[in-house]
Design a binder for this molecule. Sequence first.
Ligand code: SAH
Ligand code: SF4
Ligand code: F3S
Length: 462
Amino acid sequence: MDYQNFAQHDRVIDAIANYYETPPLAYIHSFGCQQNVNDGEKIKGVLLALGYGLTDKAEGADLVVFNTCAVREHAEQRVYGNIGALKNLKLANPKMMIAVCGCMVQQKHVVDKVRQSYPYVDIVFGVNAIDTLPRLIGDRIRTRKRVLLDPVQRTELVEDLPIHRDSTFKAWLPIMYGCDNFCSYCIVPFVRGRERSRTAANILEEFRALVQSGYKEITLLGQNVNSYGKGLERPMDFSDLLAMLAEEPGDFRLRFMTSHPKDASRKLIDTIASHEKICNNLHLPVQSGSNHMLAEMNRKYNVSEYLSLIEYAKKKIPDMTFSSDIIVGFPGETEADFEQTMDLVQKVGYTQLFTFIYSKRSGTKAATLPDDTPYVVKTDRIARLLALHEQFAVGYAQSLIGKRFRVLVDGAGKRPGSFSGRLENNLVVDFTAPCDLTGQFAWVKVTGNKGILLLGELDSLA
Ligand code: SAH
Ligand code: SF4
Ligand code: F3S
């Protein structure tokens, strides 16, 4: 592992210190999902170990790192726009370095574009190369040449990277990397590579350290957590891993994402039901309510299988809430297909819904399908879907008025002097309290709502 090559590491620290006149500052911006944000936290950890300080803006930074996302075209356009905006900063400060990493640069055509169109980008490195960053910065300083790595798929897992977490009470904990599912629209398996699970021992060690340092909410991460454990020397399924962590001593809350409906099992629901510390909230992305679309998307489940798991969960855990991702306007989606999605959303009643207009990703199977639904039809469908969802979610929020909930306090609220807390079901309550309880659990009484935002007052401490 590159990072553990300390002799070289020390040389890089000296090289960085000599390169800049004053102690250097780094700005890291992560554009993507929670996995991507967690990678950004590791990049911060590595940079701190190299002697950089952290700043929260590109202006004045000596190193800017853009940790990118490739999941939709819009995400990529944002990154290009942001790189373009650095040109003037670089002109004003020629010693400033710009690094681009993450999922976008796992695509050869993106690295080529950066090489040709953005000559002021200094370093490009892929998603599984964070441990090589010291060497890349060292090479950039020593050779004065750009260090742009072409994408490679590295399969080994790098443990023990330093990490600087964005929060002192909420933590992301990756349990697996990559994805083997190849949903026909999705770029993730191409950019993140094959599924690799961390060992239960390594996960447990990180988990215990988090609980001991006072983390109150730990979210297990993977593109498909329910296929955790494949290929491990000691295979373990996700439910068993979850149960093992939930049985650890300490006052914490456990979440996980994402569950693929084809792999989420009744055993998973039973495990949630029997452990207090696992939040009664399931993110189970359905993508579409049409069996035809689901087959075209290569999702490997049908609507009745999906609904039967939801029904089982509702029976077993009456206060269980659900959230989902839906793609609108997949190639060939008809009005009838879309109405089946509306129907499913109505039946399940999601408290949170993340909706996306289909975005063509080159290299995926769906990119070859004819897509002749006009864009306005797609935006109209998404608006109808959101209206239907909001109706349910607001009704759900109203049904909580008068009840008490244990919330994790996130920080300042929307009203002067109020605080914001998150319920187990992921709803947010804006509440009044006589003292700042950020980072702690508190009991809050819900007194009203403003749309899906709950309003409340402090009832009692933890
Ligand atoms: N592994 C997770 C998350 C994948 S990315 C999962 O399977 O749910 C998060 C969401 O982005 C997906 O659930 C999907 O709804 C959406 N998405 C992925 N590729 C997309 C594309 N090409 N166009 C539009 N939305 C997409
Ligand atoms: Fe993409 Fe499907 Fe894998 Fe999720 S499960 S990351 S949607 S291929
Ligand atoms: Fe984006 Fe990569 Fe996550 S493509 S959604 S940052 S896995």
